[in-house]
Design a binder for this molecule. Structure first.
Ligand code: PCA
Length: 122
């Protein structure tokens, strides 16, 4: 049994994405969608997800089982120590409902950033 944490990725960490190499050696669990109440915004070539009460669709992505070592690198990539993204529990729809899954919420201003809806395509 792997002891990795379940991590929901929705942007450049997805398969085919420019930062997917950070998930090398980790385990793909499945495609996933958040519950309604989350939305993507466009930053500079990558997306930021926030909680948005009015959202009715949720955000699509992938769940990965990630080792503590890889998670440390990904936290660094996402600038969690600098307050760029914050890793938080993200509620997902079936088959991940009720599972503890974390993902990266954008933690800075989105003023002037475009609403990208539910799905990031690089
Ligand atoms: N990388 C992280 C957060 C945003 C991004 O581009 C991800 O893929 O989930």
């Amino acid at each position: 049994m792997k002891s990795g944490k379940l991590i929901f990725v929705y942007g450049t960490l997805k398969r085919g994405g420019s930062n997917h190499l950070y998930l090398r050696g980790q385990t793909f669990v499945g495609e996933a969608r958040t519950v309604p109440g989350f939305r993507l915004y466009g930053l500079d070539g990558f997306p930021g997800m926030i909680a948005l009460a009015e959202d009715r669709a949720g955000v699509t992505g992938e769940v990965w089982s990630v080792s503590p070592e890889a998670l440390t690198h990904i936290d660094g990539l996402e600038g969690t120590a600098e307050g760029m993204y914050r890793r938080a529990r993200i509620p997902l729809q079936a088959p991940f409902a009720d599972q503890v899954v974390e993902g990266y919420l954008y933690a800075r201003s989105l003023t002037g950033r475009p609403d990208l809806g539910s799905t990031w395509k690089e």
